[in-house]
Ligand binder design. Structure first.
Ligand SMILES: Cc1cc2nc3c(=O)[nH]c(=O)nc-3n(C[C@H](O)[C@H](O)[C@H](O)COP(=O)(O)O)c2cc1C
Length: 369
């Protein structure tokens, strides 16, 4: 349950406790893949520590999506959470963010079908619930490639995937993260199991809603076994079409059941992408306000929030905190700018995934008058 640490009326700028994590304000940084890890070893390094530290005034930083295993990778130079070098790199990040007074959780990720054999160990096929090609083009080390149909995971392999998440959570804990956010959104592996439009399995991980939720909930339990339930959250996007993931036939029933199961587990937060990720906030198919009522942990809202919308969402109690993605790229001191209602800088999309400092660590904070 979230509470304000002050007796002042709750506002976007007031502190909030998310599970066991004390956050200075309710302006959170949404996870942003930036493809800036060290090539070949997918380890964070000093430049990543600088980038996150510049943004440490966020009440909570959710790290960029971080693959739990080599199999979970689908983009160039995204960071991992499965090696000692990656742990050491993340330690640089968490130490620097904490020294600046910030809080940071690791977003743990397996892309499933949204990959390509070039990223996979031994050039293998990517894995998923079923052999459904998400389609689209992927940028690989050798250039642009068409996506391929994945290989359905064998039932006996699934425990190994859950173990990958558990080990990643252990590394995240050792690397100093305040908790983890399980990436169960945007059409990646967990969502490929959740949605009946993708999951054609006939084993214990397919068919009924309970079966389709099984993998996500096993991953939740694995992360809780490492961090405790008050340092574990999950990201859900019940109606997004991100990564060409087709809609579930009944998002309300499927994701509503998931929300109830997460409530029973007492995890710290659900981070909802409301609508189409980075696009329309059209919310048909899932009742986000009802999810807010039914889940007793913290509700973090995301997707194209403006200052006014965020002020209203927190003031009205619709959300405990609002996560901003793109606005944090160009405005490292976003909480300060929102507080004084300063104009915001528009980030340059063509630099989102460029290696190096350009468009990454070269957006200045406002000069202090
Ligand atoms: C460059 C970029 C990278 C992103 N990477 C991630 C990611 O790693 N994990 C994730 O869950 N969402 C990711 N997203 C989605 C954002 O977290 C967020 O949901 C989206 O940008 C909408 O929020 P906004 O309007 O505040 O930017 C990414 C979005 C952008 C623009």
């Amino acid at each position: 349950m979230s509470t304000s640490a002050t007796t002042d009326p709750v506002s976007l700028f007031s502190p909030v406790r998310i599970g066991a994590i004390e956050c200075a304000n309710r302006i959170f940084m949404a996870p942003l893949t930036r493809c800036h890890a060290l090539p070949g070893i997918d380890a964070p390094h000093a430049l990543n520590a600088t980038y996150y530290t510049q943004r440490a005034s966020a009440g909570l930083i959710v790290s960029e999506a971080t693959q739990v295993s080599p199999q979970g990778k689908g983009y160039v130079d995204t960071p991992g959470m499965y090696s000692a070098t990656q742990q050491a790199g993340w330690q640089l990040v968490t130490d620097a963010v904490h020294a600046a007074g910030g809080r940071i959780v690791a977003q743990l990720w397996h892309v499933g079908a949204v990959s390509h054999p070039e990223f996979q160990p031994g050039g293998a096929l990517p894995v998923s619930s079923s052999a459904i090609n998400p389609g689209g083009i992927v940028r690989t080390p050798s250039g642009k490639q068409e996506r391929v149909a994945p290989r359905p995971l064998e039932t006996h392999e699934i425990a190994g995937v859950v173990d990958d998440w558990r080990r990643a959570a252990e590394i995240a804990r050792r690397a100093g993260f305040d908790g983890v956010e399980i990436h169960s959104a945007n059409g990646y592996l967990l969502e490929q199991f959740i949605r009946d439009a993708v999951n054609r399995r006939t084993d214990a991980y397919g068919g009924s809603i309970a079966n389709r939720l099984r993998l996500a909930l096993e991953v939740v339990d694995a992360c809780v076994s490492v961090f405790g339930r008050d340092r574990v959250g999950i990201r859900l996007s019940p109606v997004t079409g991100s990564n060409n993931c087709p809609q579930d036939s009944n998002p309300q029933a499927t994701y509503g059941t998931l929300v109830d199961a997460l409530d029973t587990r007492g995890i710290a937060f659900i981070h909802f992408v409301e609508g189409q990720t980075g696009a329309s906030r059209h919310l048909d198919g899932f009742d986000f306000a009802l999810a807010r009522k039914r889940f007793r942990g913290s509700y973090i809202a995301n997707n194209r929030y403006t200052r006014d919308m965020a002020l209203q969402a927190v003031h009205s109690g619709a959300a405990d905190a609002v996560a901003f993605g793109v606005p944090f790229i160009g405005n490292p001191d976003l909480p300060h700018r929102l507080r004084i209602d300063a104009p915001l800088v528009s980030a340059r999309p063509e630099t989102y995934y460029l290696a190096g400092a350009q468009g990454y660590t070269d957006y200045p904070a406002l000069a202090v008058a």
